[in-house]
Design a protein around this ligand. Sequence first.
Ligand code: KG4
Ligand code: ZN
Length: 337
Amino acid sequence: MKILAFESSCDETAAAVVEDGRRILSDVVLSQIDIHHRYGGVVPEIASRAHTEAICTVCEKALADAGLTLDGIDAIGVTNRPGLIGALLVGVNFAKSLAFAKKKPLIPVNHIEGHIAAAYLAHPDLEPPFLAMVMSGGHTSLVEVQGYTAFSLIGATRDDAAGEAFDKAARVLGIGYPGGKEMDRLASLGNGDAIPFPAAAIRDHDFDFTFSGLKTAVINYVHNKKQLGEEICPEDLAASFTKAVCRGIASRLENAFDAYPHKKLVLAGGVAANSHIRKTAEAVCEKKGVALYLPPLSLCGDNGAMIAAQAYYNYKAGMTADESLNAFATSPFNFKF
Ligand code: KG4
Ligand code: ZN
């Protein structure tokens, strides 16, 4: 079964064709980073307009790269939640129009579930159940994946998302948006023990995260240094910040594997590209005797292939929508239409 799926929940306009949820036939991602870079973050209305301009071209390229026309597509998938509402609506309306005109099934997909499904594309042997750690610009969620369409949220951030924290720390250092990748590079060159930042974990909860204390500590550290007229070492700051994030992730993962004895861990989302977080996950998995499924860097960030992969499993579970499909800025897991 060949599914053409669209992703437009934030600042990437993406379309892809995936066969049977596992085989990528095409994967086209058009990033808007160059547009939002000058504002230091994603401007929602500009994102919606840029999606509107790009989505036809991105769709045509996804079909051409797969060597298909719309007639060769069996169903249309689309991210309809959670995300920027105006941005989501562009993808939803486009997908709905194609499904309506070509009389194809329309399959709504939760963006976070899509990030998890990226692992199915990279690891043909992977099947639920497993634990998944999803870290993106908008989400930090520890999820028990009980089945292809059954999810249980174990832990989440109480404030900022992991990617947001990386981007904000980068901003304090004067690094442009989004700063996660550059923070990763700088951290490799610095001393993680140079500055004692608080771990990104809630003390009175085993599975939840917090990034606001860490963010404030970074801002205070930089202000103090500036007031004293002292130099800041960006490499040491990035390394110490990253170490605090990794300490939080390690403790959450260890607690999760103690409470939920799964034998597999999937990392997902844009922040799963972070080399230090990947090493932290490797160390936890080795300690706990758990197999680690890392997505390739190309499938960490937002893309259409992950949405097409999850759409396949939603379709098999009968989770299709009609022409009244809407978009939602927030959404729980297991939402049925
Ligand atoms: O999943 P994603 O592409 O979009 C959302 O759904 O939000 O994640 C984007 C986030 C940004 O905050 C970006 O700075 C962060 O992922 N990111 C990284 C790295 N690469 C991207 N954060 C830390 N280290 C990286 N190597
Ligand atoms: Zn995402």
